[in-house]
Design a protein around this ligand. Sequence first.
Ligand code: FE2
Length: 506
Amino acid sequence: MRKRADVISNGYKVMLIDDEIGIVDSLSIVLTKAGYETVGFTDPHIAIETLAKDTYDILILDFLMNTIHGDEVVRQIREFNTDIYIIILTGHKDLAPPVETLKALDIQGYCEKNDRFDQLILLVESAVKSIAQRATIYRFKDGLNKILDAVPRIYNLKPIGNILEDILREIMAFTSSTDGFILIDDLINDNNDHKTLIRGFGRYLGGVEEFTSRLSPELMESIGQARMDKMVISLDNGIILPLLNEYHNIMGVIYIESNNYHERAKLLEIFASQASAALNNALLHSLINIKNEELLRTYDELKERYMDTIEVLRLAVDAKDVYTRGHSERVGYYARKIGECFNLDRADLEILNIAGVFHDIGKIGTTDDILLKTDKLDEKEYAEIKKHPLKGAHILSAVSMFKEVVPLVKYHHERIDGKGYPLGLKGEEIPFFARILSVADAFDAMTSDRLYRTKLGIQEARRQLIDGAGRQFDEEVVKAFVGIIDKSFDEMKNELEFSFLEILEQ
Ligand SMILES: [Fe+2]
């Protein structure tokens, strides 16, 4: 075992395994220079034992080693560690492990050995980004849940005074703070006058005049700075969040007085950007002279910002469980394929695709203990899982573009015989598109590995779909999908494989 840590560490620990000491040494030098703490092994067995006791962020290992192959090493590691990022080194491109192996062992990338290691450094850097993102997601899961609850509420609000108070109330509750204010300026009313609107709580409660007399010169200066730089300003006892409009111009600020917001600063920033979008929406609706075209453009942008947030949350759901990674995309893909059999138009196919991608977004509200449990769930835990379609529908209901996707997400676990959830709808009570989504979801679940069981073969999954037709699934939908499996499954597999490779190469 060789250890090098003589350069300032960036906090990430990398384990290197290669049976050639020369490779371990060169890798160690390159990575240590880049700020990583590296520990190298030439004996894979000792490396596995070490990894069982110690925490590492990234593992880089040789594919072809004398005593044991890299994929077997990873297989053993994955039995007790599903978190570590793994990069496989190959001597030559043709000797790279097959994609199936990479997928099955959740290996994030592979790279050819060469003298300069440029490609490897890039891969390690992208692994670090993912690790940091996942750490943030885990750390702030609670906060994200709160935001999720609050965002649809904010979007539904109308009068501007109320919206300001509600935004402030939500954000203050989030930091357990009692003093704070929200200030919006250059608000143009119907008479084309400019005015400033303020809402405050605690010691900032009151009208504009009283309000300004309560601000300390330092705080005023910091607010001015936040407005000028359009940046969040963190103070010892509070945080200033700028509110920006669709043109990235300052609309106002939120100030929260609190000593313990630091942990949640990033979330507060996300919240402020959502609040800006909601305010923008409300302001735009109150302006009568705005051009229609402009309104539409702004609305698109609002949707986009909300979409970004939802995308982060969706990734959070996938990040929770390596076994479901890629599941949502595949469900979207299968649902679309089924839709094509029923000659649906492009807009409907898009609805099916989006619904597939977001169908399990409600699982963000389900705890990891339940989501990652390998044993059978007890009644209470199962009841918790069964809430995810309604939670998902709630999250997506805030944006009108998801209007048609909402019922699909809500009813994707209903069954034709009425034994599904959340409502126990029967037969045609279940929207047709939700019946399509249900088959796509079940098929991908059956053909992928899960924590509690390994995957079924295509033919077995096909048989189970036919078996469930008329009871769990819609008969016509099953018929259509079985037709696709029989006719063009290989083609579909290639398309899916291709997109997987793209993900790997990112
Ligand atoms: Fe689901």
